[in-house]
Write a protein that binds this ligand. Structure first.
Ligand code: F6R
Length: 361
């Protein structure tokens, strides 16, 4: 039942405010400005002993993991990174007892992720799951973890589950931070930010009419570039993946800082750029990149906290705490991908060649 929506993708985009609310419910501890994650199975001593965090996933879940790694570094000051599970498992990785491994998966059945978990377990590593489907293979094989509580996701491309994954990483980063050096005041600030998310998501979705018009404006592109820096870069990668999956328009994501090392050669009016421009310490750097693109007659669609003068169009998103910016900035671009695909008559819920869960190698 699509409840009045024309596709599951559209329905699931609209379920995000409720889904995030569900991910937060019963987990916030205001007294100690932290969160309780019941199934984590990691006591304070274990949490303090973690020297590194390695996050493994595929596709959209890998992108959620990249954002998660940044949140863990920022809030808990633990070195963290994400890697595609399939790459990890075939490069004979050094498995380190002081590293906390986290497997991220919507379905909990993705073969490459499951195989990476099994290999890690065999070598004695501690592996947590950040999973949507309760009781799935990855949830069962891990030592503990966090259910992201996005609810069933039917559309082949992931939207609400991605958002709940990054929110869940925010909770984990806050929890790890508060067992280490994150102050009570910062914990409180992050909790306030998390609580604002559902209303801010609704605010973004209320802008759908404008996003639909913008999608029509850019739907003639054969290819699009997505750029961002640090917190904005995984957002750009995920938005680029979403566009190519549902519209079949070629899209490529690059760190904005790498533009001048190559991709600037592609810029011309027929190659539009979508730029993620949060109001953070990199704002001036991002603006300089927009200027470089404009100087070469590139069209620019910015997703930002304030209107960007160098951009042809800006989708303004509400500001949260800077550590949580990545959660909201991709949401308008889910609608952008949806409307682009719709204008092109694509099979949005079942893009060609893709399956909801990839249980083969
Ligand atoms: C993208 C998408 C895929 C999945 C990937 C991992 O929209 O749906 O990239 O994210 O196949 O799937 P899970 O999360 O089930 O492990």
């Amino acid at each position: 039942d699509m409840g009045g929506h024309d596709t599951y993708m559209h329905k699931e985009i609209y379920e995000q405010a409720d889904a995030v609310d569900r991910a937060l419910r019963g987990r916030i501890d205001d007294r100690f400005s932290t969160v309780h994650l019941g199934g984590l199975n990691l006591d304070a001593r274990d949490a303090r002993a973690v020297r590194r965090v390695k996050i493994l996933g595929c596709g959209t879940s890998y992108h959620a993991g990249q954002i998660g790694a940044q949140m863990i570094e920022e809030l808990a000051r633990i070195p963290a990174d994400a890697e595609p599970a399939s790459e990890f498992r075939y490069r004979n990785p050094v498995v380190d007892p002081d590293t906390l491994y986290i497997a991220v998966s919507q379905s909990g059945e993705t073969y490459d992720v499951l195989a990476a978990v099994q290999e890690l377990k065999r070598k004695g590593a501690r592996v947590l799951g950040l999973v949507n489907v309760v009781g799935s293979a990855i949830a069962r094989e891990t030592d503990g973890g966090i259910y992201v509580h996005a609810g069933p996701e039917v559309c082949v491309v992931s939207t609400k589950c991605f958002t709940n994954m990054v929110v869940s990483f925010g909770l984990l980063a806050l929890h790890l931070g508060r067992t280490r050096d994150l102050s009570v005041a910062d914990g409180k600030r992050i909790i306030e930010g998390l609580r604002k998310l559902p209303a801010q998501i609704s605010e973004i979705l209320a802008n759908e009419g404008e996003i639909e018009k913008l999608a029509a404006e850019y739907a003639d592109a054969k290819s699009m570039l997505f750029i961002g820096r640090v917190r904005g870069y995984p957002v750009a990668r995920e938005a680029s993946l979403k566009l190519k999956e549902v519209s079949y328009i070629h899209a490529e994501a690059y760190p904005a800082s790498e533009l001048k090392h190559g991709p600037l050669a592609l810029i011309e009016p027929a190659m539009p750029t979508v730029a993620i421009v949060p109001d953070d310490e990199l704002l001036e750097k991002n603006r300089a990149a927009l200027e470089e693109i404009k100087a070469r007659s590139g069209r620019i669609l910015a997703v930002a906290h304030q209107v960007q003068e160098k951009a042809d169009h800006t989708i303004v998103v509400p500001k949260n705490e800077h550590e949580l910016d990545a959660i909201l900035m991709g949401i308008p671009l889910q609608l952008f991908a949806y409307h682009t695909a719709k204008a092109m008559g694509r099979d949005i819920d079942k893009p060609r060649n893709l399956a909801k869960s990839v249980t083969v190698e």
